[in-house]
Ligand binder design. Structure first.
Ligand code: SF4
Length: 326
């Protein structure tokens, strides 16, 4: 199984675990961020500090009036819209990230559920949307793993996030190497992980890697990156995971006793019904891969998409989950 992982570059709101930079001089606690810290490169930012709002400070809010959206500090009536837009674009211009964890509901960092008010006076919100910095991040990095710390409390969202950031980080290294040989190997070891998300994109990625049209390595890598991100743009699929489990089981089953085969088939059926998590059939497969020294499957990232230390004990079941990315 894979033991070496490229550290993903993760943009993070500085007030999550790192700094008491919120308007009220507090910070947000996140067990997930604490756990993730040794395995990623966190790029910390507090956009409100960067545009010169001190700590503590009067809170700011998003105001929408006649379809014009502004970022205002109601107490002082200070309009920081342009400062925030200018800072966000400049800060993100050359930033290479694999994902982001931003503060939920913040008028600056929020990626959803940010209250939009009609006026600076006390009033009920009109609707909910994105914050100013958060929306620039989403625009600049479409299809990346961009989440807020609140959503990442959900085990399914967390699982998807971890798979994406470690996969995108390892692809970033391949991109830098500009080697078709390395791309072929990347595609080969990630085959079943990609298959568990999107079989159509897996086929497309296979065609891009084969490069029958003799495109330049630059173009091949650009095309591959687009389709890799498309493959992981939708939620993990229950049926695709079952398909991968059945497919990989074919490499092992001939060496198993019938009781072991039945145990595996039962675990797939229980997973399909939402009774158990994916970790049960995966653990069975992993034990047999080690027992039979199955070198092809042992290299497949599907069985260890991120460091074991980050694996949660909770049962992850894509079959019982709704689509949180709609
Ligand atoms: S939410 Fe963003 S702007 Fe607000 S304190 Fe946290 S990092 Fe700073």
């Amino acid at each position: 199984m894979n033991n070496s992982y490229t550290k993903p570059n993760i943009l993070i709101s500085r007030c999550i675990e790192f700094d008491n930079c919120r308007y009220n001089s507090q910070k947000i606690s996140s067990d997930f961020v604490k756990k993730l810290n040794p395995y990623v490169n966190f790029i910390k930012v507090c956009p409100e500090l960067e545009i010169g709002l001190g700590v503590p400070r009067n809170p700011i809010r998003v105001i929408e009036n006649k379809e014009i959206i502004k970022l205002i500090q109601p107490e002082t009536k200070k309009d920081v819209t342009n400062d925030m837009i200018r800072f966000s674009k400049k800060f993100l211009k050359n930033l290479e990230i694999d994902g982001a964890i931003l503060k939920s509901k913040s008028p600056s960092c929020g990626i959803k559920d940010v209250k939009i008010y009609p006026t600076i006076e006390k009033s009920a919100p009109l609707r909910k949307s994105k914050g100013f910095f958060g929306s620039t991040v989403i625009e600049k990095y479409p299809l990346y793993a961009i989440e807020d710390e609140d959503r990442l409390r959900n085990h399914i969202i967390k699982e998807h996030f971890l798979r994406k950031i470690f996969l995108f980080a390892s692809f970033r290294v391949i991109k830098d190497k500009k080697s078709i040989k390395k791309l072929i190997n990347f595609h080969s070891i990630n085959k079943f992980l990609i298959m568990s998300y999107n079989q159509k994109e897996l086929k497309e990625l296979g065609n891009i890697t084969a490069n029958n049209e003799k495109k330049s390595i630059k173009k091949v890598l650009e095309d591959y990156e687009i389709h890799l991100k498309l493959a992981f743009s939708k939620s993990p699929r229950c049926t695709s995971n079952i398909n991968v489990l059945q497919h990989t089981f074919g490499y092992i089953s001939k060496d198993l006793k019938s009781k072991e085969k039945n145990l595996f088939i039962k675990s797939i059926n229980d997973f399909r019904k939402g009774h158990i998590g994916l970790s049960v059939p995966i653990s069975l497969m992993k034990s047999w891969i080690i027992r039979f020294d199955q070198s092809y499957l042992s290299k497949q990232t599907y069985f260890s998409p991120y460091p074991d230390e980050l694996v949660e004990v909770e049962n992850i079941n894509f079959c019982a989950a709704r689509d949180y990315w709609k």
